[in-house]
Design a protein around this ligand. Structure first.
Ligand SMILES: *Cc1c(COP(=O)(O)O)cnc(C)c1O
Length: 620
């Protein structure tokens, strides 16, 4: 069983015996990497970042577009920027800049804070694009960037933004011998719209973009102000996670024709079309895989082909092509590894049986069924057991058997159903599916869905999940996953249509970790501190020339006091109160006070994820 790795994995991971490994360098297992970090004292969930996977995505994006350009003899050039809203975490953004060296890869900003990141980290000369609603200050920042030497384009979302640009241009360039201003892009309000849960970002009812009438008005304004040479780019974004290619083609035709029309009217500086993001990621763990019906190759071909066709038929130059794909670049690079703390129906194990010297005949019979079950008799014994259970429960109601007998009945029937499912694995009947549901196991996992997988909670987005060990052992427990928040939404329910099967383990004796994949796009910054669980400890995993992995930057989850400080508590005051309460307590002596203070300060310096103690004496 590969947990759908062949569907969502893109050959980034491989299964090697018991473990799932990184398909890069000397293929270390995720288990080994996680254990290594935990041995350094880090507990709770771990977010592993793999910059080589960011590199792979950027390389594929550029090479596919370069291939398509060559194939079609396209004369416009290809450029790309990373949209910061997808992931602004410093360890990630630094990796993006590092691995994209040589590609002239830039950053896209949608807010002032993001623009500051872009201005500080984009290599000089690589493109910066600015989208979203902007005020005077934000546009001023873009002028500062341009005057510092950055290659920056501000995309206007409305006429008022253009008015501000015109005003600021006077302010910043009055009397300058060498006037410098950002390039101007115009976001168009598409007639066509995307599909899927994120479709709102495109289309006529979209929050963003200029209508045809506004485009013409903007054009006239630029002409009047002698700024036509600044208009450099037409922009659109049809929405994220575009499942089908058809809406993109429609949008490309629309945008391409707008580009050509403006060009023919005399927009001499216009030379680029920015197709936004939307390139989808396959998150599905089960066939039919329906998240994306096209390949990156088809995507690149369609963009280049359509732009060429439109340019030729309208007799204008082929525009440079910009993309702002974020999800595609970031999603695969991070893996969340979280320890399983508990299995909730572990009481249904053989060792919990309380068999007596002499048991009721039907309980004895159940025990025999359980002990002598084989593949050939499994179905028959299963039916017998379910039948006996009905009788035994009736006997209990009538007062003929006691609570221990009833408990033994529950355990034995549970064990029999489990074993039957294992034995009859290949037979995919409705009955077995129903039984799966019945013996469903709840796995309590040390992480917060709200913090680490917010799109699962908010949008029902699936993220591939699998255990990182025991993969050569058969997993037969139908599993639902509980996080450690006290919120009943913090659950990934068992779905018989796309079942998650995990191993039957005893967490008292063995460690068991689950990994959640494709969490690198949007999840981190959308994650919320519900119950005050914070961004997990993160580690950057790098590879040396020999292919050995090593651990780069580690950023530990925030400690309890930092969390309170983030909420603007006066932590100094809290510290004093806690200390005084212990010191003033009349219930304990001085030695105990010292001991309690020591413990308190240790806890305050740690993060809020659970640390349960295993019987072997190790914390999890
Ligand atoms: C969000 C956004 C993107 C990135 O979209 P992805 O689906 O992550 O590729 C690109 N451009 C703009 C303008 C956006 O708002």
């Amino acid at each position: 069983m590969d947990y759908g790795l062949s569907i969502w994995g893109e050959e980034n991971f491989c299964i090697d015996g018991d473990t799932v490994n990184i398909n890069h360098g000397n293929s270390p297992s995720i288990l080994e990497i996680s254990k290594n970090i935990r041995e350094m004292g880090y507990r709770g969930p771990l977010l592993l970042r793999f910059p080589h996977l960011v590199k792979k995505q950027i390389e594929t994006l550029f090479s596919e577009f370069e291939r398509a350009r060559e194939e079609f003899g396209y004369s416009g050039r290809f450029h790309a920027v990373f949209p910061l809203k997808v992931n602004q975490y410093p360890n990630f953004v630094h990796s993006v800049i590092e691995v994209s060296e040589g590609y002239d890869y830039g950053l896209e900003a949608g807010s002032k804070a993001e623009l500051i990141i872009a201005m500080a980290l984009t290599p000089m000369g690589a493109p910066i694009t600015v989208n979203g609603f902007k005020d005077r200050e934000m546009i001023s920042l873009a002028f500062i960037a341009a005057k510092s030497g950055h290659n920056i384009v501000v995309t206007i979302e409305g006429i008022n933004e253009l008015e501000t640009i015109i005003e600021l241009n006077r302010e910043f360039n009055e009397g300058c011998e060498n006037p410098v201003a950002p390039g101007i892009g115009m976001r168009i309000r598409l007639h066509s719209s995307g599909i899927g849960i994120w479709a709102k970002s495109g289309g006529y009812s979209s929050k963003f973009g200029l209508t045809s009438t506004e485009l013409l008005e903007a054009y006239e304004m630029l002409k009047r102000e002698n700024l036509m040479h600044r208009l450099s780019m037409i922009h659109f974004h049809i929405g994220s996670q575009m499942g089908e290619i058809a809406p993109l083609k429609k949008a490309l035709r629309e945008a391409g024709n707008i580009y050509a029309e403006l060009k023919r009217r005399g927009a001499e500086g216009l030379g680029a079309i920015n197709i936004g993001g939307g390139l989808a990621v396959e998150y599905s763990q089960h066939r039919p895989n329906d998240n994306r019906n096209y390949s990156i190759k088809e995507f690149a071909n369609d963009v280049v082909y359509l732009m060429q066709e439109i340019s030729r038929s309208k007799g204008v130059d082929e525009p440079d092509i910009f993309t702002e794909s974020g999800r595609y670049v970031a999603a695969s690079h991070s893996v969340l590894v979280a320890p399983v703390l508990e299995l909730f129906s572990q009481e249904y194990s053989e060792k919990s049986l309380r068999l007596k010297e002499s048991n009721p005949p039907l309980v004895k019979e159940l025990y025999e069924l359980y002990s002598s079950m084989k593949r050939v008799n499994a179905r028959e014994y299963l039916h017998d057991a379910l039948d006996h259970m009905e009788s035994l429960l009736t006997l209990f109601d009538l007062g003929y058997i006691d609570l221990e007998d009833r408990s033994n009945t529950e355990i034995l029937v549970n064990l029999i159903v489990k074993r039957a499912i294992e034995l009859l694995d290949s037979e995919d009947t409705g009955e077995l599916k129903r039984l799966q549901n019945r013996i469903q196991e709840k796995y309590l996992v040390n992480f917060s869905i709200f913090q680490s997988l917010p799109d699962l909670w908010g949008l029902g987005q699936n993220f591939p999940v699998m255990p990182i060990s025991m993969l050569s052992r058969k997993a037969s427990r139908s599993a639902s996953i509980w996080d450690i928040t006290c919120d009943s939404d913090g659950e990934i329910a068992f779905d018989p249509q796309s079942p998650l099967l995990l191993h039957d383990i005893d967490v008292e004796r063995e460690e068991y970790f689950l990994a959640f994949f494709l969490t690198g796009a949007y999840q981190e910054v959308l994650g919320m501190r519900h119950n005050l669980f914070t961004h997990p400890t993160e580690a950057v995993i790098l590879f040396d020339e020999k292919g050995d992995y090593y651990i780069g930057e580690i950023t530990e989850a925030r400690n309890l006091m930092d969390i309170l400080e983030d909420l603007d508590y006066d932590t100094g005051a809290i510290d004093k109160i806690l200390k005084r309460n212990i010191e003033d307590s009349t219930l304990i002596d001085d030695a105990q006070k010292q001991e309690l203070l020591g413990k308190l300060y240790l806890y305050l310096s740690e993060n809020s994820y659970l640390k349960t103690v295993e019987t072997v004496g190790e914390e999890r």
